[in-house]
Design a protein around this ligand. Structure first.
Ligand code: HEM
Length: 382
């Protein structure tokens, strides 16, 4: 693999990036723009201005035009997210070979076993957010054959990186990123022969930094994304009891995916990704120059009232942008849906998902980085 002309130092920004909206629930931010019929808007201080795109049509237009909306936005090595053109295609083909539907299907038994363990732990189930975090970490550890001893440091890392995403301390973020790279390096060194990690590390002539970047991308941001998805879906099912009952009766994998995708569309916890324009372009009524930083706001586009209305898992399926669109669309979709299905199938067998009203009727807090900051549901034993 060719050398990428990007520094190898640990990065201080999330690789599988979630939006860091300033202190605001990204849903509310986008809904307000939709009310004013704004498809794209320039935000931020001079010198750091970003074009935030929330209109569905405009987000699709930008995501499907990578020649104009380049992904080379970071000074750090991000494989494959930060690449364009043929370089992207080459790394993407490698990534896809590990995440193709038939490949991840082989892990269904492992994910079901992890779901069994988590749901059988009555104490853990008292805290749905913690249960979601533990499930996300353990499912990943089993998929990649990482040491079980990494569970505690990974859980700790998830918590700290979530806090960091909210406060934006670049120095601290760099230190936490470096710690993460050390965890990955440890995992690679201990990976047993025949495992996904061992295969990735030894079969493609990758440099160490490239292996770490790919694994960081599969794990760091996505543990959080997956855990957030669990809570968003749980909240959606607690709000729609008939849908919860339908899943409890035993839905097919396709039906589960359609319902999960629609609930995630309505409250997309994977908020946005960045681009940079390669030439002057007009989008959403805005004329922008070459070199303009752009944010594709998936959460916003998924709430565009000119495209979506209410809950409709069939009618909204084609326009759903939870997994992105275009050449960078999420290769981890199938893996994520398998994990989510394993968790909810097992959960719904033993538990009812109910909205959390709390002892004082206090409602849960939304997170400025997408999804929920405090737990909106509780699990009640059937
Ligand atoms: C759990 C919920 C997840 C959501 C909602 C999600 C969503 C997305 C979205 C919207 C993109 C498009 C980014 C862009 O256009 O710039 C993306 C890209 C990507 N996702 Fe995910 N993702 C999830 C989980 C995962 C997992 C578990 C993995 C890997 C194991 C993964 C690996 C990737 C990679 C490698 C890319 C970059 C692809 C490229 O640049 O070609 N994702 N994801």
């Amino acid at each position: 693999m060719t050398d990428h002309e990007r520094p190898r130092e640990p990065q201080n920004e999330p690789e599988h990036e979630c939006q860091r909206e300033p202190q605001q629930d990204p849903r509310e931010y986008a809904i307000a723009l939709h009310q004013d019929k704004v498809g794209a808007t320039l935000q931020g201080e001079d010198g750091e201005r970003e074009l935030v795109i929330v209109g569905h049509k405009e987000v699709v237009e930008a995501a499907q035009n990578p020649q104009v909306f380049s992904s080379a936005v970071s000074a750090h090595l991000q494989l494959p997210n930060g690449l364009d053109g043929q370089e992207h295609q080459r790394v993407r083909a490698l990534v896809d070979s590990y995440l193709a539907p038939e490949v991840v299907a082989e892990f269904a038994g492992k994910f079901a076993a992890v779901a069994d363990e988590v749901v059988a732990d009555g104490e853990l189930m008292q805290d749905p957010t913690r249960a979601a975090d533990v499930f996300a970490v353990r499912a990943m550890l089993r998929w990649l054959s990482w040491l079980a001893a990494l569970e505690a440091p990974l859980l700790d890392w998830m918590e700290r990186s979530e806090q960091l995403a909210a406060v934006k301390d670049r120095e601290l973020a760099a230190a936490v990123a470096q710690e993460y790279d050390q965890l990955v390096t440890q995992a690679v060194a201990a990976a047993p022969k025949g495992s996904v990690t061992h295969h990735l590390a030894h079969s493609h002539d990758l440099e160490h930094a490239e292996i770490v970047s790919i694994l960081r991308n599969w794990t760091a941001g996505d543990l959080r994304s997956l855990a957030k998805c669990i809570i968003v879906i749980a909240q959606g099912l607690a709000t729609r009891r008939e849908v919860q009952e339908r899943l409890r009766e035993g839905a097919s994998a396709e039906e589960f995916a359609a319902i999960a995708n629609e609930l995630l569309r309505m409250d997309d916890p994977f908020v946005s990704n960045r681009r940079i324009t390669t030439c002057p372009v007009s989008i959403g009524g805005q004329d922008v120059p070459a070199g303009q930083r752009v944010r594709l706001h998936w959460t916003g586009a998924n709430l565009d009232p000119s495209v979506f209305s209410g809950f409709d898992s069939q009618a909204h399926a084609d326009a759903n942008l939870v997994w992105g669109t275009g050449v960078h669309a999420c290769p981890g979709k199938e893996l994520s849906l398998r994990e989510l299905e394993a968790f909810f199938t097992r959960l719904l067998r033993d538990y009812e998902i109910e909205l959390q009203s709390g002892p004082s009727g206090r409602s849960a807090r939304r997170s400025p980085t997408g999804g929920w900051e405090t737990t909106p549901v509780h699990f009640a034993r059937l």
